[in-house]
Design a protein around this ligand. Structure first.
Ligand SMILES: [Zn+2]
Length: 297
């Protein structure tokens, strides 16, 4: 059966984890969460897989890592560190996003092996990876050797900016209390503009590209899912829902029950006026491109 890799790109707090969870509730569709973080966070700073096990002890990820090491002949942690060092430098990451073929061949082989074994061990025909970072998405789209769709998820930058000011506990960190980072609205606005501009430029390079606005998704979730899933890869005759082994991502992933789909408009009343004006001013060049009003009502 045809395999498809769905790669979600965009800013954090744009609804990607909820989209990811809903997609994974479809037959023969599995989510890996934010796979980019398996190596630098999941294996070295033990986090909890969405199945409840510590990631190094999760049977699924242990087997993926063992098979990748067998295929590549190198420790997965070493390859993971090499991948992360490629992504961390912003100018190198930008270069990588536009020229993913310039990545070392062993890093490309490593990613191909990871996705190959994720597909074969999960039994899924569709894998959802919500890693989001543009350079990782571009590299994975090129190196995975699986027909891919890049889903560009965008949300009103004022909502994203407000979300990053809130204090949220990390339920996946083991043995200590940890919180998600918080950022000032100007910083989130600058990152939003940068990521959106890059993703719009990169979209012509990808085999299949879909733009999803958070606001449209929460208003009509079923319609969004139908548009993203190719009927030829999720057989209509199967009702097999696969177990979930997701890495990292928004704490909503660990709530243990299906997410409530409702427009989250708290920012309209809770983001201070001067911050709304600041975020609007910074993101103004692309607000209307995505259909966001300058002054939301
Ligand atoms: Zn697991």
């Amino acid at each position: 059966m045809k395999q498809t890799l769905l790669l979600i790109a965009g800013n954090g707090r744009s609804g990607s984890t909820i989209l990811d969870i809903l997609l994974a509730r479809r037959p023969l569709t599995a989510t890996v969460g934010e796979l980019r973080w398996l190596w630098s966070r999941g294996l070295t700073d033990p986090r909890t897989c969405s199945c409840g096990s510590a990631i190094p002890e999760c049977p699924f990820w242990s087997e993926v890592v063992a098979r990748v090491e067998r295929d590549t002949g190198l420790p997965a942690r070493v390859l993971g560190r090499r991948l992360e060092s490629l992504l961390q430098n912003r100018s190198r990451a930008r270069h990588l996003a536009f020229r993913p073929q310039s990545a070392d061949s062993d890093v490309q082989e490593f990613l191909a092996a990871v996705y190959r074994h994720v597909f074969s061990l999960s039994g899924a025909t569709v894998i959802v990876d919500s890693s989001k970072f543009f350079a990782y998405v571009s590299l994975a789209e090129f190196a995975s050797r699986v027909p891919s769709t890049v889903i560009h998820m965008v949300r009103d930058p004022r909502a994203v900016a407000y979300s990053w000011t809130r204090r949220k506990k990390r339920p996946d960190v083991r043995g200590r209390s940890a919180y998600m980072p918080q950022y000032p609205p100007w910083k989130t606005a600058r990152s939003w503009l940068y990521q959106q501009a890059l993703l719009l430029r990169l979209r012509h390079r990808w085999h299949t590209y879909r733009l999803v606005r958070y606001e449209d998704f929460v208003a009509r979730p079923s319609q969004t899912l139908e548009q993203l899933l190719d009927p030829s890869s999720t057989t209509a005759t199967s009702s097999t829902i696969l177990p979930c082994h997701a890495v990292d991502g928004n704490p909503v992933r660990f709530s243990g029950h299906p997410p409530r789909i409702r427009p989250d408009m708290e920012w309209v009343t809770q983001l201070p006026l001067h911050q709304k004006i600041l975020v609007t001013a910074i993101t103004l060049p692309l607000l209307s491109r995505f259909g966001y009003p300058v002054w939301p009502r």
